[in-house]
Write a protein that binds this ligand. Structure first.
Ligand code: BGC
Length: 493
């Protein structure tokens, strides 16, 4: 971000107009604002009520291998819950869309699974044309059926091309965990992954472009780094589950930024159908886990530096990188060069907001050493709800002048989900009322999902899942959300 932008961010924070409840007592959202929910393929597709495992369960992803490996379950904080305990949306999608429609949803965020469409090694392909023969036609057909169901229900799809999972031929997460030196499929640590995922994005854009306009390239690239290469732990432990792995970790950040830019270019080339006739065939964004960052100890000036470094790593590397082309070669918190091949590669920003992070400086200790000196803070991340944070991250993202979607927001605290939802939406409404350009909100999650290393131990659904029968029962938060959607706002006090 340039000094100019930084200045305007501060101006926005300091000078933002107070919302005026008198002029909008119903706290209504902008007319075109969309409401909906979100899921990802790995987390909701398996567990079909009647279809065979062979059809229903995608066994070809790094995450599937990770959560089913007995050695990993023994040695890592991975519950190893049966993935068939998931909601089975691979089969039940059409019925679920009916529930969404009844609830008034106009937006649904879902992912296409790379490993379903390309289960076998397609690394020899050097173009989208060459990739085509490797594609799994049954999986493609099923995703077309998904989009047809959404279209019939008047629900716009927002499609994540990569929601955390990589095909096994791209990433052998278990092998890399136990013997990094000798593993050959190194996932995000390998620059070839950026190239391969761009071809995959081009394929998806060509295949599904006539059904989809809103594309998200990657989901929470920084979370992939934290849970896979920095600090796999109770919060999340993902493949390859390495701790403070500096060299691959730095490569993972870089390769994901470069991957987004290359995916952006491919999508713009291959998706030429403007479904909603708004003048753009492909609106391409990235989904970041944006956090409200505060110093652990406000009286300690070093902790303010830690806040700046955390903001740099979580937000600026991606957002400044993909708007201005800003590139921080040694990840020390200062941008060194501008890269044209990264600049202007963002049409909108996707925000996943869950919580606040308190940070304290640990400088001069730098766990990543010279490779990433800005990694000199300790993040303290809890599930304590901090509703006003959503307005803060929206203001933070607004600096870039791009449309914003809330691509995920919710809580694992299902007992208190209604007041938490209302608190989040109140804060979001205030940010919009103060001028932020937010186009839609997707609740995480539509139904209880397979929560990565936690399995079904953490639940987020509007609908509660009965693991045995696959029945969906609306939680009180689903009822409240339905009312809010119907009123298109929060209503008078
Ligand atoms: C992810 C989801 C996840 C949710 C709750 C986000 O990190 O994108 O896949 O289930 O947060 O933890």
């Amino acid at each position: 971000m340039s000094q100019l932008l930084l200045g305007s961010w501060i101006a926005l924070l300091v000078g933002c107009t107070k919302p005026d409840p008198e002029s909008n007592p119903g706290k209504t959202f902008p007319e075109a604002f969309k409401w909906g929910s979100a899921t990802s393929g790995f987390q909701v597709e398996p567990g079909c009520p009647t279809w065979s495992d062979e059809v229903c369960v995608d066994t070809q992803s790094d995450w599937y291998a990770w959560v089913t490996s007995p050695e990993i379950i023994d040695s890592m904080p991975v519950t190893g819950e049966d993935v068939r305990h998931s909601p089975g949306m691979w089969e039940t999608f059409e019925d679920d869309v009916q529930l969404m429609q009844q609830d008034g949803h106009t937006l649904y965020r879902l992912s296409i699974e790379w490993s379903r469409i390309f289960p076998d090694d397609a690394s020899a392909a050097t173009s989208v044309d060459e990739l085509e023969p490797y594609a799994n036609s049954a999986a493609i057909l099923r995703y077309h059926e998904f989009f047809a169901a959404l279209d019939a229900a008047g629900i716009e799809p927002l499609v994540t091309i990569n929601h955390n999972t990589l095909p096994l031929w791209v990433h052998d997460g278990v092998g890399c965990h136990f013997d990094y030196e000798n593993c050959t499929a190194r996932g995000w640590a390998d620059p070839a992954t950026a190239y391969r995922i761009a071809l995959y994005a081009g394929f998806v854009g060509r295949e599904f472009g006539a059904e989809v306009d809103q594309w998200a390239t990657l989901n929470e690239p920084f979370a992939n780094l934290l849970s896979g290469y920095v600090q796999p732990g109770e919060d999340r432990a993902g493949p390859p589950g390495l701790t403070l792995a500096a060299e691959p970790g730095v490569a993972v950040i870089r390769n994901q930024i470069e991957a987004h830019a290359a995916m952006y270019d491919q999508l713009k080339t291959e998706d030429l159908s403007d479904v909603d006739e708004d003048g753009a065939a492909a609106n391409v964004g990235i989904v970041l886990n944006m956090v409200a960052i505060d110093p652990k100890n406000p009286d300690r000036p070093e902790d303010d530096d830690a806040v700046a470094h955390a903001d740099h790593l979580y937000h600026r590397l991606f957002l400044d990188g993909l708007t201005d082309g800003a590139w921080d070669e040694d990840i020390d918190g200062d941008f060194d060069t501008t890269r044209d091949d990264l600049a202007d590669r963002l049409d909108w920003i996707g925000i996943n907001y869950y919580n606040r992070m308190l940070v304290s400086s640990i400088a001069p200790f730098q766990p990543f050493g010279d490779l990433a000196p800005a990694f000199d803070f300790l993040p303290e991340f809890t599930w304590e709800s901090y509703e006003e944070g959503i307005g803060r991250v929206v203001e933070r993202a607004s600096v870039y002048g791009l449309p914003i979607f809330i691509t995920e927001n919710g809580t694992p605290n299902t007992e208190d989900a209604e007041p938490i939802l209302e608190g989040h939406l109140e804060s979001l409404w205030q940010a919009i009322d103060a001028g932020a350009d937010v186009r839609g909100y997707a609740y995480w999650s539509f139904v209880d999902n397979y929560e990565w290393s936690h399995g079904l131990d953490m639940r987020f659904g509007l609908y509660e899942l009965d693991i045995a029968t696959k029945a969906r029962t609306p939680r009180p938060v689903a009822e409240r959300y339905r009312e809010i959607i119907a009123a298109h706002g929060l209503g008078p006090e």
